[in-house]
Design a protein around this ligand. Structure first.
Ligand SMILES: Cc1cc2nc3c(=O)[nH]c(=O)nc-3n(C[C@H](O)[C@H](O)[C@H](O)COP(=O)(O)O)c2cc1C
Length: 329
């Protein structure tokens, strides 16, 4: 694909900022965007050079992150007063060209769309325990409906048996990751101002019921006493899809972001525990024993954090390119 680096238009910059605020595995931001001339269209491409090569060789998590970015583009376009016209996987010859978003008819955003747009830059990943206030059943039901709008399923894990099974799967995967030198090197490379900031990964990874990534190697230095474990876990949920192809991963990312923005508007943030989903055998077990045969795409905790930590992004000018006039649609 041919691109130029002319100065981007204001709408495209707005869309690129919105897209880039999406979550991505360890803040790798595995995407780039192409502006097709003023108000013509906006392309979303996966940047496979930025995926986690060892943890995500097939690019599933990379595409989920791009799906979340796509949802933000849709919401940002609604905020500008246009209806997005989304063409998913528009080029069969280029699987990393994930979506083209056209500027459709004018229509003012609804209150719910404005709510989602307003939450975009306030949503942050939370690591460590949540505060004591639980997420209400009413909000959990609404979050399930938000996932359903996109065609995904948000399953709240409320049976203690399933919760234990899930916690064991996360712990098993995390222990294997910690014992794998190449894995720890790949994760360690993501820590810092260009990835996950040190302040955001300070809580001990073994405090909550679901083991977290050991970004700082804290588990080697200290253990958490049993009486302090599991406090502040919050509500555990699994996001799944009926199938497991590229289109489903993109769908999962859009559903994830819809859930996260709706939750953030209500003061609820998420923590992620995707370790078992990166190991095919454990993912299969999770699918059969927890997710009722659906394909698990994300494992998350939801709750109300005491503190939220923001994480920086590459500037929009670095991720936004401009298609030369000849290839504009
Ligand atoms: C597919 C996917 C998997 C993720 N897995 C984890 C994880 O296992 N542990 C974690 O702490 N964060 C995980 N994250 C969250 C990212 O680390 C986070 O989005 C990124 O650091 C940017 O921070 P922000 O979400 O606060 O903007 C994941 C995000 C995505 C999209």
């Amino acid at each position: 694909m041919s691109v130029t680096h002319e100065k981007p238009g204001r709408a495209a910059l707005h869309l690129a900022r919105a897209a880039a605020s999406a979550p991505s595995p360890h803040n790798r931001q595995p995407w780039f965007f192409v502006e097709e001339g003023h108000d013509h269209g906006f392309e979303l491409h996966a940047d496979r050079g930025r995926r986690m090569a060892r943890m995500d060789p097939g690019g599933r998590e990379m595409v989920i992150a791009c799906g979340a970015a796509l949802f933000n583009v849709r919401v940002a376009l609604r905020h500008l007063g246009f209806r997005p016209v989304v063409d998913v996987l528009p080029d069969p010859g280029d699987p990393d060209y994930l979506a083209r978003v056209g500027f459709g008819a004018h229509a003012p955003a609804t209150d719910e769309e404005e709510l989602l747009a307003g939450a975009m830059f306030h949503r942050h990943t939370h690591r460590g325990p949540f505060g004591a206030e639980l997420v209400s059943g009413e909000l959990l039901q609404a979050l399930g409906e938000q996932a359903g709008v996109e065609g995904a399923f948000l399953q709240v894990i409320d049976s203690s048996e399933k919760l234990e099974t899930l916690a064991d799967l996360v712990r098993g995967a995390e222990q294997a990751d910690r014992a794998d030198f190449r894995h720890t090197v790949e994760l360690g490379r993501c820590v810092g101002s260009a990835g996950v900031p040190v302040e955001a990964c300070r809580p001990h990874p073994d405090l909550t019921l679901l083991a977290a990534r050991d970004y700082l190697g804290l588990s080697r230095r200290s253990t958490v006493p049993a009486r302090r474990q599991g406090i502040g876990t919050g509500t555990v949920a699994v996001l799944s899809t009926p199938y497991d192809n590229r289109a489903d991963w993109l769908l999962a990312g859009q559903a994830l972001q819809r859930v996260l923005l709706y939750a953030a508007h209500h003061g609820v943030m998420a923590g992620f525990h995707t370790q078992p989903l990166e190991r095919p055998a454990l993912r299969g077990e999770l699918r059969r024993n927890v997710a009722a045969g659906r394909y698990p795409q994300m494992v998350l905790r939801l709750g109300r954090p005491h503190i939220v930590r923001s994480t920086s992004r590459r500037p929009p000018t670095e991720v936004l390119k401009r298609a030369p006039a000849a290839v504009r649609h």
